[in-house]
Ligand binder design. Structure first.
Ligand code: TPP
Ligand code: SF4
Length: 284
């Protein structure tokens, strides 16, 4: 008797896009991140119903609306809190959090540090344009101190926040930088980040063509995929702090303990005992 082969359906990037057309400004870097993410999901051939994409608020945080996966457009700065709860309640899901530098590093800064520290199996995509785009151009934690704007004449005078350095110091086990203008490199980084077991920070330089038009020149400055991957935090710290922000690639990847709530693995959803454990876990 011949054994029939069951063909495995290979997903295509368009399988993951929703019917909504992005309302981003023409030329915004976020378009290319959306595309790279759909390519990574297709490459991994993930089932749509097993993906949870959570965001905060901002132009970048509109991402879940444009993907045909389970999505949650949350509140400003709370994407990682939501993503952590989702992963604890449904450890079987691929959980991705997304947002901007304002959302994640300013109002969401505390959640960012502790999400790194827990090293839960979540991929965090930060679409960094060094500005609050949606609220019309305020400086963000990653803006240069002397970036002059109507809202901050002569700049803030404040040193830049170093998200990758902070992620390393706080316990994240995968740290990478991508560029929205490098679709192939970015797809590769996102694929590796989603596959990685633990907290993955993917910092993506994504020009805001409206409030930071000078960022259109970033593509001249980028040094694409030139970073040497290490599992040694000292070497990673040197690479992160030695970079002027224009190098891309995976800076750090290590096999480190991943926080998983025992009770959440046993019985998700309405069981009050497991809800208590989840609440306790989030206070760690
Ligand atoms: C609690 C709260 N504070 C402030 C706002 C206003 N707000 C909405 S989006 C945003 C900034 C978003 O900037 P960023 O995360 O960098 O994303 P971008 O728009 O640049 O992609 C702010 C301050 C809000 N919605 N909720
Ligand atoms: S304001 Fe900036 S970040 Fe927002 S959609 Fe326009 S270009 Fe993109």
């Amino acid at each position: 008797m011949s054994v029939e082969k069951i063909p495995v359906k290979k997903a295509r990037p368009n399988d993951y896009t929703s019917e909504h057309h992005p309302v981003w400004c023409p030329g915004c870097g976020h378009f290319f991140i959306l595309r790279a993410l759909t390519k990574a999901l297709a490459w991994l051939n993930l089932d749509k119903e097993n993906i949870g994409l959570v965001s905060g608020i901002g132009c970048s945080s509109r991402l879940p609306a444009y993907l045909d996966v389970y999505g949650f457009h949350g509140v400003h700065g709370r994407a990682l809190a939501l993503a952590s709860g989702l992963k604890l309640a449904r450890p079987d899901l691929t959980v991705i959090a997304a947002g901007g530098d304002g959302d994640g590093y300013s109002i969401g800064g505390n959640h960012f540090i502790h999400a790194c520290r827990r090293n839960m199996d979540i991929t965090y995509i930060v679409m960094d344009n060094e500005v609050y785009g949606m609220t019309k151009g305020q400086p963000s934690p990653t803006s240069d101190p002397d970036w002059h704007s109507k809202l901050a004449p002569k700049g803030t005078g404040l040193a830049r926040f170093n998200p990758m350095g902070i992620a390393l110091a706080s316990g994240a086990s995968f740290i990478a930088r991508g560029f929205s203008g490098d679709p192939n490199g970015l797809t590769k980084i996102l694929t590796e980040a989603i596959e990685h077991k633990g907290f993955s920070l993917v910092e993506i330089k994504s020009p805001c063509v409206t409030f930071r038009p000078e960022q259109k020149d970033w593509h001249h400055a980028m040094r694409l995929m030139n970073v040497t991957l290490t599992a040694n935090p000292m070497e990673a710290a040197q690479a992160i702090y030695g970079s002027d922000g224009f190098d891309t690639g995976i800076f750090f990847q290590a096999d480190m303990p991943v926080y998983e709530a025992e009770a959440a693995n046993e019985k998700p959803h309405s069981d009050s005992a497991s809800m208590e454990s989840i609440e306790k876990a989030l206070l760690v």
